[in-house]
Design a binder for this molecule. Sequence first.
Ligand code: C5P
Length: 392
Amino acid sequence: RGAAAAKPGSIPKHISLITLTFQNSALILIMHYSRIMPPSGDHRYFTSTAVLIHEVIKFAISLTVAIYEASKTLAPSTPATVLFEQIYNGVFSGDGWKLALPAVFYTLQNLLQYVAVGNLDPVHFQVLYQLKILTTAVFSVCLLNRYLGVTRWVSLIILTIGVSVVSLPSAGESIESIFLHNVADHFFPRSQHELGFQPDMENSEPPAHLSRRSASYEGIDGDRFPSEPIMNYSVGLTSVLIAATVSGFAGVYFEKILKESPCHNSVWIRNLQLGVYSIIAAFFGGVVWQDGAGILEHGFFEGYNWVVWCTIVLQAVGGVIASIVIRDADNIVKNFATGISIVVSFFVSVWLFNFPVTTTFLIGTSLVLAAVWLYSAPERGRSRPAPLRIAS
Ligand code: C5P
């Protein structure tokens, strides 16, 4: 119940939720900017290296807290080797291997998030990504035997309609794409080349799915980015839909192991177990398999600048906060916090990326926000403080 009932040593629930909302908004905006800004060198940074580094940072944070917590249970004179042995045994014994599955799914989700955010504007990404509320709910029912009342099922239907409306092309967007198509023509030789558009097609139109750009093409304060890659809407849409599904499964599976396993490990030990497999998956699946050839040619830190580092650190911190929210509340509550960040992203995108507001978009987003609000109604009711009883 509410913040007042927080266990000693744990962070009050509303603090982690508010932090998660702002972390999420900032992350998506800065991640989008890191994908559209002109690269500092010849090449934009490799997203797999960013995912690997963020996993290593998250591992270091979890290890620090795990050491701190273990040290509180031991006598001050205990040698450090005993402390490390205790943590090592916690991580590498019991059912830690079960976290290999969510680790692989989370790594896939984190890699896809970069693809989606690089190909969609931040607000479309945020709204479409809310489908994870639906997938999380379905997996919570299947894996955790959670009960969802009628209100929540109704809100899930509204959510699905809202997301569908937002993903529909609208009249406003057609005008926008015509305008941006003209802008694209201006810089076309480079874009054609980057996309493998053949020279013999020079006089023909580029395929529609390659020419669609968002208003972020205009960049901050109207400066255009001639080297900005074309944003491919269908790639962005597919990535965000897969990421939303994977997010639902990975989150609920992690929660199941954390809360239902007879091993009763702390969230920090669970994060370390998750981290070991995530680092392996990010290294082999991302750095070696996805970007191996490019990294060998250009180097691991090609294209890194302060924006990329901010993205990585924000994502690592977000992962740690997400795990605290899953421990203290659940995945469904976590999704409300990130759902609210649509509003923050919306205002910042209009201001920073000249985001065009269309009627279809407003209707769809209102439906999504209404669904988030309706879905959280039972939760809000539960966390409301009990009325004070005045002794008579
Ligand atoms: O989009 P979603 O809310 O599912 O993202 C959750 C994020 O939190 C993912 O980037 C995931 O890697 C991270 N996470 C984590 N440790 C956990 C649970 C989630 O780093 N124990």
